[in-house]
Design a protein around this ligand. Structure first.
Ligand SMILES: [Zn+2]
Ligand SMILES: [Zn+2]
Length: 253
């Protein structure tokens, strides 16, 4: 069994078809991640009609300007809905910088507090912002469930800093790209009980679908690459990353 711990089913034209293809490729569980309040409502509505589709509700750093107090209290209320297993995705993105740093930090720390009050893990997006992000994770009162650094793209030293704070590290299709040697080395080094895999679909398709729309079924290709660098069979890697997802997000086994 494979688990795609990060897909944006609300961004698919045909999420139903994507889920069917995932299932016929052994991807039995999908965590569908939200990017804002409307996205959270849409994602919950879709997941409600499907077995083993779980939800993270939250506001993406790209939409941090919408992460004001009324929006965050609506997110907190949604977080109590059946099927919600995490808060996110949230975090800091200083590459696109769609909102200024202060706005992003406010939205992020607000969601850290929601995760703590709800006893949920956080799904963290970080780009060009590791120093600020690590500083915040050290100074804020973070949920005891911690969470995951999703679509990790750094080296092992950076991964280690998040591991030391109790976080899981999730690898996406980027790990299959030709130039990703440093990332593959990180994927080889993360402890077996802290590694996750994801697609971040419909973005970031892995090789051999690079440049095409991505979907949860392709998490298999991420699993193959990560298994190879860790010297495991794909089935073994699929099993251990699924067990990790079950533990972190409290999924049904
Ligand atoms: Zn992200
Ligand atoms: Zn995402």
């Amino acid at each position: 069994m494979l688990t795609d711990t990060h897909a944006h089913l609300d961004s698919f034209e045909d999420p139903e078809g994507a889920v069917e293809r995932a299932r016929s490729n052994g991807v039995e569980r999908i965590i569908s991640i939200s990017s804002g309040l409307e996205s959270s409502r849409k994602t919950l509505a879709f997941a409600g009609g499907h077995e083993r589709i779980y939800v993270a509700v939250g506001v993406h750093p790209h939409a941090a300007a919408t992460g004001d107090a009324p929006t965050l209290s609506a997110i907190e209320e949604l977080a109590g809905s059946p099927g919600v297993v995490a808060i996110g995705e949230t975090g800091l993105d200083y590459f696109y910088m769609n909102s200024d740093k202060e706005t992003q930090i406010r939205s992020f720390t607000g969601q850290i507090a929601i995760a703590r009050r709800r006893g949920l893990p956080i799904v963290i997006h970080v780009r060009d912002a590791d120093e600020d992000l690590i500083g915040i994770l050290k100074s804020e009162d973070v949920s005891e469930k911690r969470g995951v650094i999703h679509c990790f793209t750094g080296n092992y030293e950076t991964a280690k800093r998040y591991l030391d704070l109790g976080f899981y590290i999730s690898f996406s299709g980027i790990v299959t790209f030709k130039k990703s040697d440093e990332l593959r080395a990180a994927a080889a080094g993360v402890p077996a009980d802290r590694i996750l895999i994801e697609t971040d679909s419909p973005y970031l398709a892995p090789v051999p679908f690079r440049g095409k729309p991505n979907e949860p079924a392709y998490v298999k290709h991420v699993a193959e690459t990560v298994a190879e660098v860790r010297g495991l069979k794909t089935e073994e890697l699929a099993r251990l990353t699924s067990e990790n997802a079950t533990r972190l997000f409290g999924l049904d086994g």
